[in-house]
Design a protein around this ligand. Sequence first.
Ligand code: NDP
Length: 245
Amino acid sequence: MSSNPVVLITGGGRGIGAATAKLFAKHGYDVCINYKADQVSAQQVAQDIKALGVNAYLLKADVADEQQVLALFAKVDELCGKLDVLINNAGILKPQMPLLEMDATRINEVLATNVPSAFLCSREAIKRMTNGGSIVNISSGAAKTGSPNEYIDYAASKGAMDTLTIGLAKEVAKRNIRVNSVRPGLIYTEMHRDGGEANRVDRLKDKLPLGRGGQPEEVAAAIYFLASEQASFTTGSFVDVAGGL
Ligand code: NDP
């Protein structure tokens, strides 16, 4: 069994997940890095983490698929023997368009990736958090704005995640498991390129009160805070990391 505390980060191989993985490692955690496709980037993150003197495990799984989630957690059991923190970070975003142009394939893909992954991983994590634990869901400012004409499907998926945070926090409080959420907004990651807009953050940053886009490390700091004992009386809460938006 790991002698260090253990964190599992879904989609931990790049972007916000990778920054979060490195921050937990700096705080002495053994880090389970889940990825789906980008093995090269995930390997680099694992290498950086091992240089900090803790363990890093690369775990390939599509966390929207129940069988793969079960296999992922079985692997965490085998490698670490426990789990203290789960970060539900994996998510996808499609190119911007109004609802009138969206087809069912796209809507289903976004909802079927972003929503069940958090539910399934939370369920499996809770089973293992026998001495308490902490879950942080990575939502989005879009859950509050609805992202009209852009990503209403994505916004709705994050809204579902927010309801999970609110309900699950109450459901598992007696087990001493806390469930909180971070809502990033306009952070420089590949996600905005996947949406077909390399410079979406640059294009919109002037609309943010702070006048700039955010860095993944700035989101990771809020995630770590909520997961840590510093936030021991905080559950069912939301932290915006969105430059004042
Ligand atoms: P990236 O696109 O850089 O990273 C997304 C990560 O999710 C990748 O590591 C990817 O893995 C993983 N992923 C996607 N689908 C799956 C899946 N089915 N199974 C396992 N892993 C999966 O984006 P960000 O770092 O920006 O996004 C991280 C989170 O932050 C997301 O939930 C996103 O919605 C949220 N967010 C981001 C904002 C931003 O401005 N960047 C704003 C608001 C919220 P792989 O690379 O292996 O495919």
